[in-house]
Design a protein around this ligand. Structure first.
Ligand code: SF4
Ligand code: SF4
Length: 377
């Protein structure tokens, strides 16, 4: 079988065999599972740990697990984590230094063992988010070597969407519920079976090792039509205008004051966002003063210190920081990296404690521009 092989079908035993084969290869298999009242991403020892029969109810600032009668494993939207928690972890030690008995200082670079990841159930929006982080963290002049190490061996199994969540809007960001190339295998769950498409030679080799059967044109056509239909059922949408023009024309919008009055500048939206990549470094010294460590940790443009320059922060107000975040996501990200910085996963909407909804804010900015007679489409 090759990367262009015809789609196959796995049943639940086949899915179990797939996970077992990945574990047997020595891979750390990570996928969705129910824990602490949410569907989180965690290491799986078997496909039985997938959230069969669980879905989620979502809204701005609201997330609830709900039971599903159909026993589906992948009929839930993005949870509080994304794959960046594994590829670009929240904290990572870079090096440590010790004072020697002679009074010198010795430095030790941190060289942790890099897990060989297999990600199971990567949503199409998250596949795009990984491609964005690849461009930022592994594709430019300033490579994050830890990210590069973890990413280079990762095996990706996408799970296409047939049931978008109430806060999903990937179609508005130029994506959709079908998986773009970049996966090794792509699953589409159909009534307890999993249509499998092969995206790489490694994916083809793995599929050969597990029990499967040819998909047949009917199942394939139903899967394609279920995924196509999902495009029309997004829970949210962005206004159909040129967002770069809108953001550029909205620098002095009154709406920024409105959102600033609600925004707690907590940074949750940047923590859960699968594309936000900013980090800072900090030194941690022990009480003796003889041992110090340098850690890299996620940073957020909502932190006051983030824009600290020569005696003060450049963006001291919540208005300035929210505007920076949204303008970077939807406009200046294009200038830096050639794409939008938003894949429409809806996480920032769900996990904002103030229930601030990026789609509502953009619609309000658009309405303000329209009211001023400067439409942007
Ligand atoms: S928009 Fe929401 S999640 Fe983001 S910083 Fe403001 S209050 Fe926090
Ligand atoms: S900005 Fe919000 S909707 Fe867009 S990718 Fe980030 S978390 Fe997802």
């Amino acid at each position: 079988m090759t990367a262009t092989a015809a789609p196959a079908v796995l049943d639940r035993d086949g899915l179990n065999a797939l996970v077992a084969a990945l574990v047997a290869q020595g891979r750390t298999v990570v996928g969705p599972t129910v824990r602490d009242g949410a569907i989180v991403l965690a290491e799986l020892s078997s496909a039985d740990a997938l959230p069969f029969g669980w879905g989620v109810e979502l809204d701005a600032g609201r997330y609830r697990l709900v039971r599903r009668e159909d026993g589906a494993a992948f009929a839930h939207s993005a949870g509080p984590q994304s794959w960046k928690n594994f590829l670009h972890p929240a904290r990572e030690r870079l090096w440590s230094a010790d004072r020697t008995p002679e009074g010198d200082v010795s430095f030790t670079a941190d060289e942790p063992e890099t897990p060989s990841y297999a990600f199971l159930g990567v949503r199409p929006c998250d596949l795009r988010a990984i491609a964005i982080q690849d461009r930022v963290l592994a594709g430019g002049r300033y490579e994050d070597t830890g990210y590069g190490r973890r990413r280079s061996g990762a095996f990706l199994i996408a799970a296409e969407c047939t049931e978008p969540g109430a806060t999903c809007f990937c179609v508005s960001t130029g994506g959709g519920p079908a998986a773009d190339p970049g996966y090794d295998l792509a699953l589409t769950e159909m009534d307890g079976r999993f249509l499998v498409r092969v995206g790489s030679e490694e994916g083809a080799e793995l599929l050969e090792r597990v029990p499967h059967r040819p998909a047949g044109p009917d199942l394939e056509a139903s899967a394609r039509s279920a995924v196509d239909a999902a495009r029309d059922h997004m829970g949210r949408s962005l206004p159909p205008v040129d967002l770069r023009t809108l953001m550029g024309a909205s620098l002095d919008a009154e709406r920024w004051d409105d959102v600033a009055a609600r925004c707690l500048t907590c940074g949750n939206c940047t923590m859960v966002c699968p594309t936000c990549f900013c980090t800072t470094t900090e030194e941690v010294t022990d009480l003796t003063g003889d041992h110090t460590e340098r850690w890299q940790r996620w940073d957020s443009c909502f932190d006051l210190d983030f824009s600290y320059l020569h005696g003060g922060p450049v963006r001291a107000s919540a208005r300035g920081r929210y505007r920076q975040w949204l303008t970077h996501k939807l406009s200046t990200w294009h200038d830096q990296f050639g794409t939008s910085g938003c894949v429409g996963c809806g996480r920032c909407v769900v996990w904002c404690p103030a229930g601030i909804d990026i789609t509502e804010e953009v619609a309000a900015l658009d309405a303000e521009r329209t009211a001023l007679g400067t439409e942007t489409d």
